[in-house]
Design a binder for this molecule. Structure first.
Ligand SMILES: Nc1ncnc2c1ncn2[C@@H]1O[C@H](COP(=O)(O)OP(=O)(O)OP(=O)(O)O)[C@@H](O)[C@H]1O
Ligand SMILES: [Mg+2]
Length: 448
């Protein structure tokens, strides 16, 4: 198919019909597509439904100022340049025009050459600006169901893209709620094993006594109650991937058995005499610092090395820049749709609160905050005051100035609990205290 470079579209705004005509004629002769408006109102109405590359506006028109147009374009139309024309080359006019965002400034009378040169400069700047804001070749705002346009997330996408085709063991690290499981799924479903099963196992959630038979399966009669032989997660994941979540929680005794699977790709069912080969990929995750567990002696160094062939470190949400706004908009659409309500609209203060909050519970906490906001929303613009108090405090410095330390602590604990969906183990972990201390504090502050 033959393609022709699109002609640049230029809107000329001037209340003097003769100026409009001259400018239009000159620019059309140069191959530009031109449109005209006799004043700001007409211009804004036109820009409401039509996209142009450049707006050329007169500064002083009957009872109106071209500056309003400059401002409107600057604030609302990032893909449009704006240029100012004035009847008299006043310094004040030029200064104001430039301050408002009109980079090119043309004083009457001007020759057609001067006009065209200025228009070409403006269009050149527009192209530069568009190129700079265009995502680089591999940069993207989402991948495999993961959302995020930040540099930090680009690294994660790259790592998934590189390792998914291989069979290498992968260790995913990151704070609670950063998306470790989502990354593991992305890894599996973009791998050659995608048509095989993805089997997630929460190693921290299965009681120690049960974990072995759950993972490895058992033979009939292996222990009291083992009436039938039963496959474990390792067998179920055959041909696919097993996701060993919270690997840092596994006991030393279990670690030895896992090491064997990783080394020999063999699984021995409880009560069986011979191991069997398994064809699977192992993806593990932890929010613990395994190196320090190795130093403490609670995690085997050899297992750590086996797991740590490829590590994908997921950055905390607070290090992902504007991704927090992208995710907030996404969750707002998702929950509003579920509730049959219009998507949430955030005030500037609300956006600032989202951006400046620390997000100790990461994406999960954000998801919960937005879900709660959507649930309570009555269609009004969401303000910072609609968010949990802790977020408001961290966003607007000093807002907690009149609170006591205990009040702050109570608010912090309460918010943390709601951000992790009431999961005390998680809340205690993020807060850096043990569960018992958390329970005591909850009792003291009547948060039960
Ligand atoms: N980049 C992302 N884009 C969209 N949703 C995300 C993203 N990261 C996480 N989520 C969502 O946030 C929630 C938490 O993610 P996930 O369970 O993968 O985190 P995790 O790191 O495994 O957390 P934990 O350590 O608490 O187990 C999920 O609902 C997930 O869908
Ligand atoms: Mg998880």
């Amino acid at each position: 198919m033959a393609t022709r470079a699109a002609r640049e579209r230029i809107l000329i705004v001037d209340d003097a019909a003769d100026t409009r005509e001259v400018v239009q004629r000159n620019l059309s002769a140069e191959g530009f597509e031109t449109f005209a408006a006799s004043g700001p109102q007409e211009a804004l109405a036109f820009l409401d439904h039509s996209q142009v590359d450049l707006v050329i506006t007169d500064l002083k028109m009957h009872g109106a100022s071209g500056l309003d147009i400059v401002r409107h374009v600057r604030e609302n139309l990032p893909g449009t340049e704006v240029m100012m024309i004035t009847g008299y080359a006043t310094i004040e006019g030029a200064v104001e025009a430039v301050k408002t965002g009109a980079e090119e400034y043309l004083a009457k009378p001007f020759t057609s050459d001067e006009l065209i040169a200025a228009v070409r400069r403006s269009i050149g700047k527009l192209h530069l600006r568009k190129a700079a804001s265009m995502p680089a070749e591999q940069s993207r705002a989402s991948m495999y169901g993961l959302l995020g346009a930040s540099d930090a997330m680009q690294e994660v996408y790259k790592a998934i893209g590189k390792t998914a085709p291989t069979n290498a063991t992968v260790l995913i690290t990151g704070e609670s709620g950063t998306g470790k499981e989502l990354v593991a799924r992305a890894m599996h479903y973009s791998s050659p094993r995608a048509s095989g099963p993805f089997v997630p196992v929460n190693c921290g959630g299965i009681p120690e006594g049960l974990l072995e038979s759950e993972l490895f399966g058992h033979e009939k009669g292996a222990f009291t109650g083992a009436i039938e032989s039963r496959a474990g997660f390792f067998q179920t994941a055959g041909g696919g991937s097993i996701f060993l979540d919270e690997i840092g929680e596994v006991s030393l005794a279990m670690q030895v058995k896992l090491l064997r699977v990783l080394q020999d790709r063999e699984v021995c069912m409880v009560g069986a005499t011979k191991p069997r080969r398994v064809d699977l990929r192992v993806i593990a995750a932890t929010n613990k610092d395994l190196v320090s567990l190795v130093k403490k002696g609670t995690f085997r160094e050899d297992l750590y090395f086996r797991l740590n062939v490829i590590t994908i470190a997921i950055p905390p949400l607070r290090e992902r820049g504007d991704d927090v706004l992208l995710l907030a908009a996404y969750f707002s659409r998702k929950f509003s749709e579920e509730l049959g309500k219009p998507a949430l609209k955030f005030s500037d203060a609300a956006l600032a609160a989202l951006k400046h909050y620390d997000w100790p519970g990461n994406v999960r906490e954000l998801e919960n905050v937005i879900q709660r906001t959507a649930l309570w929303s009555e269609g009004k613009e969401v303000d910072a005051s609609d968010f949990p108090s802790l977020m408001r405090f961290s966003a607007g410095k000093g807002q907690g100035a009149h609170k006591t330390l205990s009040e702050m602590e109570a608010a912090h604990i309460s918010n943390m609990l709601s951000s992790v969906g009431g999961n005390k183990t998680k809340a205690a972990e993020i807060l850096g205290i043990d569960r018992k201390t958390l329970r005591e504090k909850m009792k003291r502050y009547c948060l039960e």
